[in-house]
Design a binder for this molecule. Structure first.
Ligand SMILES: Cc1cc2nc3c(=O)[nH]c(=O)nc-3n(C[C@H](O)[C@H](O)[C@H](O)COP(=O)(O)O)c2cc1C
Length: 214
């Protein structure tokens, strides 16, 4: 598995298209939704990326919204500064065959940073699968996930049934970010990734013979 981060990766959709779809690894964009100061998100992200490493047919690109400073004012004619920010992220969303969204729950929903990323884009999400890793208090972030399923349906995306959800994750990881009792979470991640890769292959194969009509 090849892991890239937003600091290092500038993926061209044209590069990805140069290799036959069936002959290249699945490109999975892992979107880290929280950009909150003092956030717990990096622990969840590092854990999930290590789980994805077990799948050697995945090319993982971590898109951390803490490093993507998109304005909340949407525009059809963005400024040069906004175009520069979009250039950091849009080609990577476009190049992805699948997404995994890592989201906490804020006030029974998902972070505004994530909605902003979704709203700035359109076709980048189309006809692709989206899986969720969530975390929060009693609900484990699942209320955020259920709302995201509605949003991603509007984005022509397919959401994956299996989820990973951490209920009060703060004491579950040691100082090195290792899960202290990993069996259940590892099993959930495996199920999510198995479903995600099935859908990603199926949709990529379908689009190679019949472009998505929208
Ligand atoms: C503004 C805000 C609202 C929150 N609302 C909820 C909530 O409704 N339900 C819940 O289970 N946890 C809630 N939490 C707890 C977060 O899910 C928890 O702090 C999580 O670690 C936040 O992710 P982050 O640290 O990566 O930003 C809230 C946290 C914040 C900051």
């Amino acid at each position: 598995m090849d892991i890239t981060t937003h600091e290092s990766a500038q993926v061209s959709p044209h590069d990805a298209a140069a290799v036959p779809a069936s002959g290249r690894p699945l490109r999975v964009a892992v979107v880290v939704a929280s950009n909150r100061e003092g956030r717990f998100a990096p622990v969840i992200a590092d854990w999930f990326v290590s789980r994805a490493a077990a799948h050697d047919d995945l090319d993982v690109d971590v898109i951390d919204l803490a490093g993507i400073d998109l304005p909340t004012t949407l525009s059809r004619d963005p400024s040069d500064a906004t175009k520069a920010v979009l250039a950091q992220v849009s080609p990577r969303l476009a190049a992805a065959d699948a997404f995994v969204v890592l989201t906490p729950e804020y006030n029974h929903s998902f972070p505004a940073s994530l909605k902003n990323l979704i709203d700035w884009h359109g076709s980048e999400w189309h006809a692709k699968p989206v899986g969720f890793v969530s975390y929060g208090g009693m609900s484990g972030g699942l209320r955020a996930v259920e709302q995201l399923r509605q949003v991603f349906a509007e984005m022509h995306a397919t959401t994956i049934r299996e989820t990973v959800s951490f209920h009060g994750p703060w004491g579950q990881f040691d100082e090195d970010g290792q899960h202290k009792d990993p069996a259940a979470a590892d099993s959930a991640a495996k199920a999510l990734l198995n479903q995600l890769t099935w859908w990603a292959h199926a949709l990529r194969d379908a689009k190679s013979v019949r472009p998505y009509a929208g």
